[in-house]
Design a protein around this ligand. Structure first.
Ligand SMILES: Nc1ncnc2c1ncn2[C@@H]1O[C@H](COP(=O)(O)OP(=O)(O)OP(=O)(O)O)[C@@H](O)[C@H]1O
Ligand SMILES: [Mg+2]
Length: 404
């Protein structure tokens, strides 16, 4: 038996507790494949385990994780402990790695006995049929199912499985992105920055680990610039706040308007912020105690607590049927929207905020997804006096025709 020390990025979570399911998903280059391969190699060197490595499509062993595992064995200095043949990997303590494709391989999978760990790599392509075949095949006492994948679509079977297990005590579910990879290569970082500039909507899918959005559905497509700027001393600042409920974050944003463009220069975001923590969160945005703040009027008691107990100049913003759409139209009317790099949450929302898409036809619908909108809602509130209720006002043409 050998003990191997390996470095596991903290975002991957705790490997010491048994779990029926472990799922790591996220954007490219987050070290999912390398980390899981190294953990499996270390386990296989220490005690006899049978590991089934699968992917949906494996036409030959060259499509499998075998080469990755073999490379890790070598770079970890464990070659003397393993025998690697054309089709298999075995360890001196009696561990064995098997490699199988899931698609069109019912008998091959069903006849696999005695698996301790099944690792499904690139699991975004796994079909529902494959999952239904695989899960009850892994049945040895204490056996575990591990999945790694790059999210593609909301309704992909493994992504739905992940959501169903998120708060299951017998599952470890972790999102890991490039920031979590301590060895993130310079080449990939250059690619990441290039895409951020050229195709911000694709960026959140490829590097942010979000499901693919149809880029035509993204509301502020090509309207938003992500770059640093200085705030003029004489700027008229606007502050807006959106209150978080359960999983949603509370958001405070600060912005100003210059030459017809909107600049967002500060943000504070917090999930699960308790009432008594709100003042400290608001204080993260400079001058939030000096300027008026407009907030979501759905929580009058929170507004009154911040105004009366903590002396923020805060009041509720107007809401009316259609106020979200009116706000979006007004935001689109700015010549551009510039988000400072200090505001990563607002930046991400602008890249993700989208119209609903008909799943069957792919048509973009005239309805806005109720997601990625906390900073954007806060912006709408901040600009309360500037965003008009268009439904209340007669159009100029209509006004003239009535007075004629
Ligand atoms: N333990 C490690 N030691 C050294 N380098 C590492 C390690 N883990 C990851 N890397 C580096 O990070 C790169 C990306 O890792 P990896 O291929 O595992 O990411 P991934 O999350 O599987 O990416 P993808 O989503 O594209 O499949 C590797 O090519 C390697 O250069
Ligand atoms: Mg990988």
């Amino acid at each position: 038996m050998t003990r191997t020390l390996i470095e596991i990025p903290p975002a991957f979570g705790d490997f010491s507790q048994p779990k029926r399911y472990r799922i790591w998903y996220g954007g490219r280059g987050s070290s999912k494949s390398w980390t899981i391969a190294r953990v499996l190699v270390a386990l296989a060197a220490a005690r006899p385990i049978r590991v089934l490595c699968c992917r949906e499509f494996q036409n030959s062993i060259a499509d499998s994780a075998k080469k990755l595992l073999a490379d890790q064995i070598e770079s970890m200095g464990l070659s003397p402990w393993f025998t690697i043949t054309d089709t298999s990997i075995r360890s001196r303590v009696g561990s064995e790695f098997l490699f199988k494709g899931l698609a069109r391989n019912v008998q091959g999978i069903k006849s696999t006995e005695g698996i301790d760990i099944c690792w499904v790599e690139e699991a975004q392509t796994t079909s529902q049929m494959s999952l239904e075949l695989l899960i009850p095949t892994i049945r040895k006492a204490g056996s575990e199912l591990w999945f790694t994948y790059n999210p593609q679509n909301d309704d992909d079977p493994v992504h739905k499985l992940m959501h169903s297990l998120e708060s299951d005590a017998d599952a470890l579910v972790r999102k890991v992105n490039w920031q979590d990879n301590p060895w993130f290569p310079d080449e990939l970082n250059a690619e990441r920055l290039r895409l951020l500039k050229t195709d911000p909507e694709a960026y959140e899918h490829i590097w942010g680990g979000e499901c693919r959005t149809i880029s035509e559905a993204v509301i502020f497509r090509s309207r938003v610039v992500f770059e640093a700027f200085d705030t003029p001393d004489d700027a008229r600042l606007y502050f807006g706040a959106d209150w978080g409920f359960s999983q949603d974050p509370t958001a405070l944003v600060r912005c100003f308007i210059q030459d017809g463009a909107l600049y967002i220069d500060y943000e504070a975001f917090g999930r699960g912020v308790e009432l008594d923590e709100l003042p400290a969160m608001f204080d993260r945005v400079p001058q939030s105690r000096d300027w008026p703040i407009l907030a979501d009027c759905a929580r009058p008691e929170t507004i009154s607590y911040m105004a009366n107990r903590h002396r923020f100049r805060i009041s509720g913003a107007d809401k009316w049927p259609g106020s979200v759409e009116d706000g979006v139209e007004r935001l689109k009317a700015f010549t551009k929207i510039v988000v400072h790099p200090r505001c990563p949450n607002v930046a991400k929302e602008f890249r993700m905020y989208a119209y609903k898409v008909d799943k069957h036809t792919g048509d973009i619908l005239p309805k806005i997804e109720d997601k990625w909108n906390h900073g954007i809602d806060a912006l709408r509130y901040a600009l309360n006096g500037i965003i008009q209720n268009r439904r209340k006002m007669p159009s100029f043409a209509g006004y003239k025709s009535r007075t004629r």
